[in-house]
Design a protein around this ligand. Structure first.
Ligand code: CP
Ligand code: NVA
Length: 306
């Protein structure tokens, strides 16, 4: 067994073999849970979760995941800890390392994940940063494949903002080799990390043409136009409007297209109510549920149980 710490910070830092092992284990754990069978693989493990931003799904799914695997969790709202009064991340990491065997961090600054990593023996899970949201994308791929089979060579369409969730989708396109079409307003520019992926990865196409992106798509995805921490801007909202997922987008896509959204969603903004609430098309509740199964598998992988 390797002594190297297993972090889950970005998908590109994992081997494809490990990602497949996590997804396979998540499917197995889902079956077990549905059959009321338990898997107490993480007894005596304490998970520390630090949130600098709000969360419903990530928080609840990780809290239940560790509990159902026999471990415990401690949830820290950053603003109520000494971090908010200037205690350093270095010291906080060293202290938490004496209590907990694994950390999950949701942060406004991706570099903080790296700082926690440098100062703790515990593996680090990225529970969303300004750069990426890898836990979400594994759950999304699991949800897509449950409905439509292998994602390999499928056409996946992203509409709207160029954000953290998209970044992890872009990394996944290189690993799983699907075509990722990204339609976005011209005024929203690619950040440096996306520019690099765009250059290096032949599977990603950025376009301003929403019709080209939606045509014959197997999967339509969007996310809020204004991520946590970014200011809502009425003018920008106008630029985003042509990238709303609605009846017309659906018409252009394949007949059996699925709609995905990591949630929380703003109905009438990035997606219309009829699409997100259409049980035949929308798989958003499966995505949310699968977070639980995937988080369990991520915890087990980080702790070398798989
Ligand atoms: N999708 C997601 O990460 O949701 P939360 O912000 O509720 O955790
Ligand atoms: N892009 C969104 C995802 C929320 C889960 C945000 O960062 O707010």
């Amino acid at each position: 067994m390797s002594f190297k710490k297993r972090n889950f910070i970005n998908l590109s830092e994992l081997n494809k073999k490990d990602i497949i092992a996590i997804l396979d284990r998540a499917k197995e754990l889902k079956k077990k849970r549905n059959a009321n069978k338990s898997a107490k693989t993480l007894k005596n493990i304490n998970l520390a979760m630090i949130f600098e931003k709000p969360s419903t799904r990530t928080r609840v799914s990780f809290e239940l995941a560790i509990k159902e695997l026999g471990g415990e969790s401690v949830i820290l709202d950053e603003s109520t800890t000494h971090l908010a009064r200037g205690e350093t991340i270095e010291d906080t990491a060293r202290v938490l390392d004496r209590y907990c065997q694994i950390f999950l961090i949701r942060t406004t600054n991706h570099n903080k994940l790296l700082l926690y990593n440098q100062n703790a023996k515990a593996p680090i899970i990225n529970g969303l940063s300004n750069l990426s949201h890898p836990c979400q994308i594994l759950s999304d791929i699991m949800s897509f494949e449950e409905k439509r089979g292998s994602i390999y060579k499928k056409k996946i369409t992203w509409m709207g903002d160029l954000n953290n969730v998209l970044y992890s989708w872009a990394e996944a396109s290189r690993i799983f080799k699907f075509s990722l079409f990204v339609a976005h307003p011209k005024v929203v520019k690619l950040n440096k990390s996306l520019q690099i992926l765009d250059k290096e990865c032949k599977h990603i196409t950025f376009t301003q043409d929403a019709d080209i992106a939606a045509k014959d798509s197997d999967c339509l995805i969007t996310d809020t136009w204004f991520s946590m921490g970014s200011k809502k801007d009425k003018l920008l909202e106008k630029h985003f409007l042509p990238y709303q997922i609605n009846k017309n987008t659906l018409k252009a896509a394949k007949k059996n297209v699925v709609f995905m959204h990591c949630l929380p969603a703003k109905r009438g903004k990035e997606v219309t109510k009829d699409i997100i609430d259409d049980k035949k098309v929308s798989i958003v509740w499966d995505e949310a549920e699968n977070r639980l199964h995937v988080q369990k598998a991520i915890l087990e992988w980080c702790l070398k149980k798989i």
